[in-house]
Design a protein around this ligand. Structure first.
Ligand SMILES: [Zn+2]
Length: 434
């Protein structure tokens, strides 16, 4: 069994609410796996731009009983039975009042939904539709023992130092209690990718992996690292990487950024069933905070979310007690990790291509001519690529212009580079006479 799947089995049932003991437990456990992980803390009440760090929330016990003491649902059986950040409550309620506070899944009749009320405070329980329909007593007893107290929101940060201070940011959230595909699958894939980068040769970019509670974790981190924001050249948010669907890449708010052009054009070669779609059309997560005004880091997202018109979008078990280790597979996690490393490889390779030649290259003289009679497509592509090596275009820009995979352009550029016909540069260096 893979390390990623083992970690999921160990951590998935923890009650990983936004700021909570079990969230911390999970994060510290992940830090044991990667000693380079640093844990940053933001205390309750601290202002983060327009936001404030919430209290630590603990549910000590919660249940619903008949008036004669028969227990119907119990937090001890499943953490999703209580709304995350529910207010405490203790009393007898009418069936009508109970129904106003009892949440069910909109689609799945036998699943407990994941409901959270972090900021609009209320008390609430969650159960299956089948259970809700079975309620026939006039009154019930509700007990919810929760506490709100000062705590510390925690962000795990792994830095893979590059030769440059320019960075690429990878983000996954960890705040979904007792669920797997959303969100632990993204966390373990990020961790394994970080491990691979740390073990490999030093990259050009610095890679910053962030494991955090959704939204507020990103806002906390960004608002405390404003100096780093201008050096964030791009990013990728990761989640829902275990379910049985092809990869879906969502572009950033800046569709013409190098990150967008590079990752989108590299995707096709890494998963031929994969699709890509514009910002906010696949699924929304922490990338919103990075793409937002005053930050504007072009952050894409990768997931295995179904297409928007699917009746089970984003995937059948989404935000429910059915999101268990059974719906994901170690093979798909592994494939997502490899895809992620493939995207990172393209990102590292993506540079401006500076021609050290003038005119059209005498290809047969350099042994790179492709016979148009036996390989007309290859012949045409070779010339189309060479034509665009002018110091003004990156590998990704050439790929997007020609609508061919990044890797196909790279293959030719790499040959030209080895023949000293082109050099690569991180900045444009036009060779066109003005
Ligand atoms: Zn979610």
């Amino acid at each position: 069994m893979s390390k990623m799947f083992e970690l999921i089995q160990e951590l998935w049932f923890l009650k990983r609410d936004l700021v909570s003991d079990d969230y911390d437990r999970a994060l510290y456990r992940l830090a044991e796996e990667i000693p380079q992980m640093r844990i940053l803390e933001y205390p309750t009440g601290e202002a983060c731009w327009t936001w404030r760090i919430p209290e630590k929330w603990t549910c000590h016990a919660a249940y619903l009983e008949t008036l004669d003491g028969r227990r119907l649902i119990d937090y001890a059986d499943h953490p999703l039975h209580v709304v995350s950040y529910s207010l405490p409550f203790d009393g007898v309620v009418s069936r009508q009042e109970l129904l106003e506070h009892l949440h069910v899944h909109p689609r799945l009749p036998d699943a407990i939904p994941f409901v959270f009320k972090y900021y609009e405070r209320d008390w609430g329980l969650c159960a299956t539709q089948e259970f809700k329909q079975s309620l026939s007593d006039e009154h019930y007893r509700v007990v919810i023992r929760t506490s709100f107290e000062p705590g510390k929101l925690k962000v795990g940060e792994i830095i893979v130092p590059g030769r440059s201070e320019q960075s690429f940011v990878l983000v996954a959230h960890l705040c979904h209690p007792a669920m797997v595909n959303d969100d632990l699958s993204g966390v373990v894939v990020a961790l394994e990718a970080a491990r691979a980068l740390l073990a490999g040769p030093q990259p050009y970019y610095t890679y910053r992996f962030l494991i955090l509670p959704e939204t507020i974790g990103s806002v906390a981190y960004l608002s405390h690292h404003e100096d780093l924001i201008p050096k964030m050249a791009g990013g990728l948010f990761l989640e829902m990487l275990g379910n049985d669907s092809p990869h879906a890449l969502q572009g950033s708010f800046q569709p013409n950024s190098q990150a967008d052009l590079c990752l989108t054009s590299a995707l096709m070669m890494l998963d031929e069933a994969a699709s890509s779609a514009p910002y906010r059309t696949v699924i929304n997560n922490d990338e919103r905070q990075f793409n937002a005004p005053g930050v504007r880091v072009p952050m894409l997202s990768i997931s295995r979310v179904e297409r928007r018109d699917s009746p089970t979008w984003p995937y059948p078990e989404y935000h429910s007690s059915h999101d268990t280790p059974e719906i994901i597979s170690p093979d798909r996690l592994q494939a997502s990790k490899e895809l992620l490393l493939g995207l990172i490889q393209a990102w590292e390779q993506n540079q401006y291509v500076i021609n050290q030649f003038k005119g059209e290259i005498f290809c047969s003289g350099y042994g790179i001519w492709i016979d148009y009679r036996t390989n007309p497509e290859g012949h045409r592509r070779l010339f189309e690529i060479m034509e665009r090596c002018d110091g003004e275009r990156t590998v990704a820009e050439i790929a997007v212009e020609l609508n061919i995979p990044f890797q196909s352009v790279w293959q030719i550029v790499d040959i030209l580079q080895k023949k000293n016909l082109v050099t690569l540069s991180r900045t444009p260096q036009s060779t066109n006479p003005r």
